[in-house]
Design a protein around this ligand. Structure first.
Ligand code: PMP
Length: 285
């Protein structure tokens, strides 16, 4: 069965979902996106994603394409129309379609699209054994706190990681790890979780934010500071977070085994508490 997608107010079969060749998302990457997880047909952690969307839109002076209630309703409707049990929902907002000109168009109405993707989240096939990452240079722009659709650098980074047999690329700038191409990056040393503090250099992950709250409740200490790839090689454990992977163990960095090449106790516990909360929000417990 082909998916039903959302395009500017209409729900249509995916092969009928179309936007103009003059859309500024296509011409200039002048747009924002968001990704939210769905479990048991329920949105997980929706609010932080809606808040981040609002922030991203404000930062690039782009108007909301619809009301907040309508956006939520669109998510719910996509779940219903696609009978989505477990997976993710992507939404993209652009500054609309207009004659090609860098300046903001006066008349254009923003474009809003949404679509679902089936994915196993609770039983993530990569979670039991963990994944490999490789470090790559961070060649992105200076405002990575904005969830922009300008994803060429992450595309090239993820492809390079894939070609090197890794699941994710950890980007490095000035000798320090910033984040993954589509995830936040963490190491664990002596029981403490270490991750880069929020700034314009990384995206403020919604999973990161929820994990911080849960870790605090569980008494897991999080130290927000920069770390080098060398520190990561010598770490006891490593992991990544994202809405589509929740908390995912990393067992190898640049060909060096981390923590004996097995997911360690801290990451296993953090994944478990995250899944617990996701199941609770999804009405599964
Ligand atoms: N950093 C980057 C660059 C990302 O693309 C993502 C995934 N959207 C994240 C971090 C993780 O963010 P979240 O937990 O909100 O999915």
């Amino acid at each position: 069965m082909s998916r039903v997608v959302y395009v500017n107010g209409s729900y249509v079969p995916e092969n009928e979902g179309k936007v103009s060749i003059f859309d500024r998302g296509f011409l200039f990457a002048d747009g924002i996106y968001e990704v939210t997880a769905v479990i048991n047909g329920k949105l997980v952690d929706y609010e932080p994603h809606a808040e981040r969307l609002e922030r991203s839109l404000n930062e690039i002076s782009m108007a909301w394409p619809c009301s907040k209630a309508e956006l939520r309703q669109m998510h719910e409707e996509l779940i219903k129309r696609n009978k989505l049990d477990e997976g993710i929902i992507y939404i993209q907002v652009t500054r609309g379609s207009a004659d090609r000109d860098f300046k903001f168009p006066k008349e254009a109405k923003s474009t809003l699209i949404g679509f679902t993707q089936v994915q196993k989240l609770l039983e993530n096939p990569n979670a039991p054994a963990g994944v490999k990452v490789v470090t790559i240079p961070d060649i992105r722009w200076a405002r990575r706190d904005i969830k922009s659709v300008m994803l060429l650098a992450p595309v090239l980074g993820k492809q390079r990681a894939y070609e090197e047999g890794a699941f994710e690329g950890w980007m490095v700038e000035d000798g320090k790890v910033t984040e993954g191409t589509s995830s936040n990056a963490y190491i664990v040393k002596d029981g403490k979780v270490i991750t880069r503090p929020l700034s314009n250099s990384i995206l403020a992950g919604c999973t990161r934010r929820s994990l911080f709250r849960m870790a605090k409740e569980e008494g897991v200490v999080i130290e927000e500071r920069l770390f080098t790839p060398e520190e990561a090689y010598a770490a006891d454990e490593a992991f990544l977070t994202s809405a589509s992977n929740f908390v995912l163990p990393i067992v190898e960095i640049d060909g060096k085994r981390v923590g004996g090449g097995q997911p360690g106790p801290v990451v296993r516990k953090l994944r478990e508490i995250y899944l617990d909360e996701a199941r609770r929000q999804a009405g599964l417990k």
